[in-house]
Design a protein around this ligand. Structure first.
Ligand code: CU
Length: 160
């Protein structure tokens, strides 16, 4: 079918408009549409351990966390309170805690660099600068050192 020039102009104008809207929406489309599409929008494993209190990988410490604001809001920078105990339940008051994380199914890390900013005493620590910019399965990995022992733990979160 051959379009008359006036109709062709309308088609071109409409396409341009559509493209402009797409470009304008890109910051939103990227994380919410494109990323899940590329990653096959995989659901988190059904048997994922999402407990907020667990023993570290080698059993040296028991770590618990509580978001300062619960439930966690997507795209909101927020803090967590971490609690560190020995495996026997004694508070660990001199822990060094490193933080890392990301989305295992998307292959990207955290959008911010959360850090422990305060030792609150009694084994509690304030972790600040936590942010998750999309729904899905997130990991927060902690490396804890205290009293000559070092251990790691991975917390799983599934955000909707
Ligand atoms: Cu992601």
């Amino acid at each position: 079918m051959k379009l008359r020039p006036s109709k062709r102009l309308i088609v071109v104008a409409l396409s341009m408009g559509f493209l402009l809207i797409l470009v304008a929406l890109l910051p939103w489309i990227g994380p919410t549409v494109l990323m899940p599409m590329m990653m096959g929008n995989a659901a988190a494993p059904a048997d994922l351990d999402t407990a907020r209190s667990r023993l570290t990988d080698d059993g040296a410490f028991r770590i618990s966390y509580a978001p300062v604001e619960d439930p966690i809001q997507i795209n909101q920078i927020h803090g967590w309170t971490l609690h560190v105990e020995t495996a026997e339940g004694q508070p660990v008051t001199d822990a060094e805690i490193g933080v890392d994380g990301g989305m295992p199914q998307h292959g990207h890390g955290l959008p911010t660099r959360p850090q422990v900013t305060q030792n609150l005493g009694q084994g509690d620590y304030l972790l600040e600068g936590v942010k998750f910019q999309m729904a899905g399965w997130w990991e927060i990995r902690l490396a804890i050192s205290a009293g000559g022992r070092s251990d790691t733990i991975t917390f799983n979160l599934v955000l909707r």
